[in-house]
Write a protein that binds this ligand. Sequence first.
Ligand SMILES: [Zn+2]
Length: 287
Amino acid sequence: MLVSAKEMLIKARDGKYAIGHFNINNLEWAKAVLLTAKENNSPVILGVSEGAGKYMGGYKTIVGMVKGLIEELNIDVPVAIHLDHGSYDGALKTIEAGFSSVMFDGSHYAIEENIEKTKEIIRIAGERGISVEAEVGSIGGEEDGVIGAGEVADPAECKRIADLGVDMLAAGIGNIHGKYPANWKGLDFEALAAIKEVTVNVPLVLHGGTGIPEDMIKKAISLGVAKINVNTECQLAFAAATRKYIEAGKDLESKGFDPRKLLAPGFEAIKATVKEKMELFGSVNKA
Ligand SMILES: [Zn+2]
């Protein structure tokens, strides 16, 4: 069922586990994530960046596809369609198109402007029961073409945004998007604890979930992280499985060129990655 992310995140925060946010890119991605959630009886968040929205033919196309899959495949676990790193206009458009959750990423604005715009999105989304994620302190790595270092958010700024009534808060704690460099210092747990202390009950979001060691993931969950974003890892798994199929010459055998056959190993690889993450995050059987 399509729901806002609010309730599933409150339950995760209280139950000390995290909900996986998996970015989707096409039908195979959406179907793989939804079926894995159903098979593992886990709530799930489908993340859609503005770039992926454009790629898939627009936000309404995505809402139609996901709603159709939920109905036809009888996906009986809570599912949220969530805008990832949305601009102000992107958030308005996805609310209009029927997304059940949005992230407004105002982290590149000065804090006052971030607060004003976040407040406005909370007002508009709130009228429709749509959950809102905000971001403080830009998260490093490549975020829509902008490369940053693993920044650490200012707890005082986190408190100001959390107090607006956001449903979830993304704050930089040394995490970065994409692959982590060999000299990465790891997550800053002191910063996470300080942010948790001042933001009290707001579920925290960990972006850049690919390649963070399992013990760090578990510690982050114990310190208040209730949503973890996974994107690159599914892409790497899909690409590796597809490469293996083609390098084995399977696309040249019989009807191996059929897209339903050609994309099947990548589809299974996404499913395996999502399952592994759901087990690590502790969301299995929490639907
Ligand atoms: Zn992110």
